[in-house]
Every structure is written in structure tokens, then in C-alpha cells.
Design a protein around this ligand. Structure first.
Ligand code: PEP
Ligand code: MN
Length: 347
């Protein structure tokens, strides 16, 4: 259920609803919006009787949410969620470019890459310190040493750090060093890890499971939010199909579909979805055109020697080119969506 407050409801009114929800053994999730606050109620197994809330001061209405997810949906929060870390944003007016190395391999490799990312005016740096590898013999990441290098990247260039936690011990560590905790495709339904991410007080970048439906994807985000962490960024990274011309099949159609159902921002990873640097830029362009809130891109100073995912890493000049193209397309998309939202006639 969700309890919609009147636009002029006061903080004590909201607090009273929260306390009433908690006194019944449920969990309250207040979501302030631009016009009014709505309070999500979770923890119930069946329908909840609205009577204890309906008469409380400031309550406009109690609405039953019929969708399986409650907190990620637009019913509870119509305004888009914007993730902010310092000056860096995802889901706001600007377009977010999260770029960097697949795996942090050395200080030199991370710093050289970060320099180019910062030079292009991007605000976010990606880099894995814990790598989920298909083979147990492949390079697994530098672990805490990699996190320290990422922390130095932040100090040196002011970039905000996105890095993956592959399990709970890794999450404990990444929470200390990262600005955004990434949950990879293979862990999208690792429910204990999702709950742990929900207890973290840092934003979580959740990648879509490579064979999951949109509903499963949104329910994975719901796991995180149900623990009280509302700062979730969705990321499409390709799904498994019979197509064998590309590492995975980028499902760009999920971007507008997710935006219609959810207030959470959604970005696209053209690197892991295509697996091939030659197709990264065309697919990234397409994702910006369908309205993605950002991109997550692998770049490498010498990809032929990369310890992980070299074939998909952009060379520095390709990355510079991609940033320019993505910005130009994002600007056009923004102008047109403003035209739509103002009700203007689009010719
Ligand atoms: C990654 O972004 O480094 C990664 C491992 O991606 P995915 O989980 O999408 O395979
Ligand atoms: Mn990778």
C-alpha cells in the first residue's frame, strides 16, 4: 500500500504516519516528491487495512499497489530519482558518462585512463577491484589494493568511483572506498547480496541479469530499496539470445520500458553487451537516442595487454570521440523531450 500525503502535510504529519506503519510491524518508506510526499508500506503479506491511516492528519488517500514491486514504481514516486555524489549526477538534466577500466590492473593503467576521463569533463570513473570471472584461473582483480588505487584516482582527479562488489565481504570493503557500489549481472538475483547492498548508505548500480525480464530486474532493485537504500541506478548490459555476432544482445528497448514503469535512472553498458570496441560507439549512440540516462564504458591505455575484456575497451581517441557524439545526441534528445513535456507540437 502507499499513503499519499496532502501537498501541505507537515513533517509531524508524515512522522505520525510512519510511526503508525511501524507500530503495526510494517516498514515505512517516505518518498518526498516535488508536489507531495508518498509513504510506501512494505512487509505485509496480504492486503493492509487502510483504516488506521485514512483519518490521520495530512493523509490524502491510501492506494493499494497491485504491481509486485512497490518502491521502484512510478505509483509511489512520479518524479525521476536523481543520484548525486558531490557535483556528479545520474538521472539529472545532464548525461552521465561513467568510464574507466574494466579491471584495475595497476596504478599506472588506472591513472592514465582517469586522466583522459577527467580531461573530457566526465565525472565518474569505473574500475573493478573484484572481478566476477567465468574461469577460476582468470585474473580476479587486485581486491583492496585495487580499491586503494581507485581512491587515489578520486583524490587526484576528483572523479567519483563506481566499483563492483562480487560478494558480501567485497561489499563491506567497497562500501568504504567507493562512491557507487556495482552489482554485476551474475549477481542480480543474489538476494542476500542485494539486501546487504540495501543496507549500505551508498548508491548502488544494479546491472540487469543476462537472462532476466524487466519485472525480475525491477524486483531486484526492489530488494535493495526495501532495505531502505533508495539510491539505485539500473544498467542494461545485454541479454543472452541466439545471436552470436556480439557478446550479448543489447536490449535497448528495456530503457524506455523501465523509465515508464520506474522512477529510477537507467544507463547502458555498450562494452559488456557488445564485447567488441568497433560496435561500442554505434550502440552507445543508439542508447543515448532512446533516452538512456548515461553510459558505462570500458577504456584502456593498451587494450592488447589488458588482463580482462581487452577486445571491448575503447582506445583513448575513440573514447574522446564517443563523449563528443553522446553529448551531441543527448542534447537533441533533451530538447525534444522538453518539447514533449511542455505539450508543444513536435514537427
Ligand atoms: C563489469 O562491468 O565489469 C562487469 C563484470 O559487467 P557485467 O556484470 O555486466 O558482466
Ligand atoms: Mn569487464
Amino acid at each position: 500500500m502507499l499513503i499519499v500525503m496532502n501537498p501541505d502535510a507537515t513533517e509531524p504529519d508524515i512522522q505520525r504516519v510512519v510511526e503508525t506503519i511501524e507500530s503495526l510491524g510494517f516498514r515505512a518508506h517516505p518518498m518526498p516528491g516535488s508536489n507531495r510526499t508518498a509513504i510506501g508500506l512494505t512487509g505485509n503479506q496480504g492486503a493492509v487495512d487502510p483504516a488506521p491511516f485514512a483519518e490521520l492528519p495530512g493523509v490524502a488517500e491510501c492506494v493499494r499497489v497491485t504491481k509486485p514491486y512497490k518502491l521502484v514504481g512510478r505509483d509511489l514516486k512520479h518524479d525521476k530519482t536523481v543520484i548525486r555524489v558531490g557535483e556528479a549526477e545520474i538521472g539529472g538534466d545532464g548525461f552521465a558518462m561513467i568510464a574507466g577500466v574494466c579491471a584495475v590492473e595497476s596504478r599506472e593503467q588506472a591513472m592514465l585512463t582517469a586522466e583522459v576521463v577527467a580531461e573530457m569533463g566526465c565525472k565518474w570513473f569505473r574500475g573493478g577491484a573484484f572481478k566476477p570471472r567465468t574461469s577460476p584461473y582468470a585474473f580476479q582483480g587486485l581486491a583492496e589494493e585495487g580499491l586503494k588505487i581507485l581512491s587515489d584516482v578520486r583524490d587526484e582527479f576528483g572523479l567519483r568511483i563506481v566499483t563492483e562488489a562480487v560478494d558480501e565481504p567485497a561489499l563491506d570493503l567497497t562500501e568504504k572506498y567507493a562512491d557507487v557500489i556495482q552489482i554485476g549481472t551474475r549477481n542480480m538475483q543474489n538476494f542476500s547480496l542485494l539486501r546487504r547492498a540495501g543496507q549500505a548508505r551508498k548508491p548502488v548500480l544494479l546491472k540487469r541479469g543476462m537472462s532476466s525480464t524487466l519485472e525480475e530486474f525491477l524486483l531486484a532493485a526492489e530488494y535493495i530499496m526495501s532495505e531502505g537504500n533508495y539510491q539505485v541506478i539500473l544498467c542494461e548490459r545485454g541479454v543472452r539470445t541466439f545471436g552470436d555476432h556480439s557478446r550479448f544482445t543489447p536490449d535497448l528497448s528495456v530503457i524506455p520500458a523501465a523509465q515508464r514503469l520506474s522512477h529510477l535512472p537507467i544507463i547502458f553498458d555498450p562494452s559488456h553487451s557488445t564485447g567488441n570496441r568497433e560496435t561500442v560507439i554505434p550502440m552507445a549512440r543508439a542508447a543515448v537516442a532512446v533516452g538512456a540516462d548515461g553510459l558505462l564504458v570500458d577504456v584502456h591505455p593498451y587494450p592488447e595487454r589488458a588482463l580482462c575484456d581487452g577486445p571491448q575497451a575503447l582506445l583513448f581517441d575513440m573514447f574522446r570521440d564517443l563523449v563528443a557524439q553522446a553529448r551531441a545526441i543527448a542534447e537533441i534528445v533533451k530538447q525534444h523531450s522538453e518539447a514533449y513535456s511542455l505539450g508543444a507540437v513536435v514537427k
